[in-house]
Design a protein. Structure first.
Length: 288
């Protein structure tokens, strides 16, 4: 019974510990939990006193997880996920709940049909689509902010599962109003003279550096770039899977660009029907 009471006390402290561990900033964690920083600090001190272990190193006004704190955070995340996964198993009826998927706009060719298929087969699922940089995926999955993510550069972490989803070839496309639409042959000289749509500053679209091109516009939203290519005003480097079915012409030039798309999720610690369902639909659409 003493052990049961001790675990009960620990459980009451775990949300506070996890919030501080994931933010490593007392004011931010306190705001997240809706309590004062002073009360949160006292809770962490009670937990450390009970465990007789220092979970955080205090460096000035900042907090950094100790080795013991890092190990404890993994256990806390797993424990909370098991409870959450358990709820999905015992709740009656079909798969339901919020499904949080992160992807880049260049993954629209697989995400959009997958979400449409989920909507038809699982109407009680509420998809939330987000855009994350590849570097932000791992911490977001670990914090439970995401269920599934698509990435061009997958993170490497023992808590995460990475699966190679598809290799996607790219081509140079234009719309029917462009002078090269339907051309049987295009030289590199002609290609250099035509304005291209490019990504925002600091973002690479994997265009080969040895092949010169002239940018006519930079576009932050990928689908806006697709629409501009369809208008015939610019050439665009697009995934062949995204361009398929649109009123676009693939120029007869081989630039040799292929990107690999990876699917990332948290390592399973129990049954989670929602995440598994999402993974299955993404796989199906990637091979369609």
């Amino acid at each position: 019974m003493d052990r049961a009471r001790r675990l009960t006390q620990f459980w009451n402290w775990l949300p506070a510990f996890r919030a501080v561990a994931e933010t490593q900033h007392l004011p931010s964690a306190a705001q997240q939990l809706g309590i004062s920083p002073q009360a949160l600090s006292r809770t962490i001190k009670l937990l450390e006193d009970e465990l007789e272990v220092e979970l955080f190193h205090r460096v000035g006004r900042s907090l950094q997880l100790s080795d013991a704190g890092q190990a404890f955070l993994v256990s806390v995340r797993d424990a909370m996920r098991r409870v959450d996964d358990g709820l999905s198993v015992i709740e009656p009826g079909e798969v339901r709940g919020r499904l949080r998927i992160a992807s880049r706009s260049t993954h629209a060719w697989v995400v959009i049909p997958a979400v449409a298929a989920i909507a038809r087969s699982h109407p009680q699922v509420f998809p939330i689509l987000r855009t994350y940089n590849d570097d932000a995926i791992a911490p977001a999955l670990q914090r439970g902010e995401l269920d599934v993510a698509l990435a061009d550069r997958p993170p490497s972490h023992p808590e995460l599962m990475v699966e190679r989803l598809a290799d996607v070839s790219y081509g140079v496309y234009c719309g029917p109003g462009h002078a090269l639409y339907g051309a049987a042959e295009v030289s590199t000289t002609t290609l250099r003279q035509c304005p291209f749509i490019g990504p925002p500053e600091g973002v690479s679209d994997q265009w080969p550096p040895e092949l010169e091109r002239r940018l006519g516009a930079r576009v932050g939203l990928f689908l806006t770039g697709v629409a501009l290519a369809e208008s015939g005003a610019y050439l665009a480097l697009l995934p062949d899977r995204e361009a398929s079915g649109r009123d676009l012409f693939r120029l007869p030039v081989d630039i040799g660009v292929t990107m690999t798309v990876y699917m990332v999720s948290r390592r399973a610690v129990g049954q989670h029907a929602l995440t598994q369902m999402a993974l299955d639909h993404l796989r199906t659409q990637a091979t369609a």
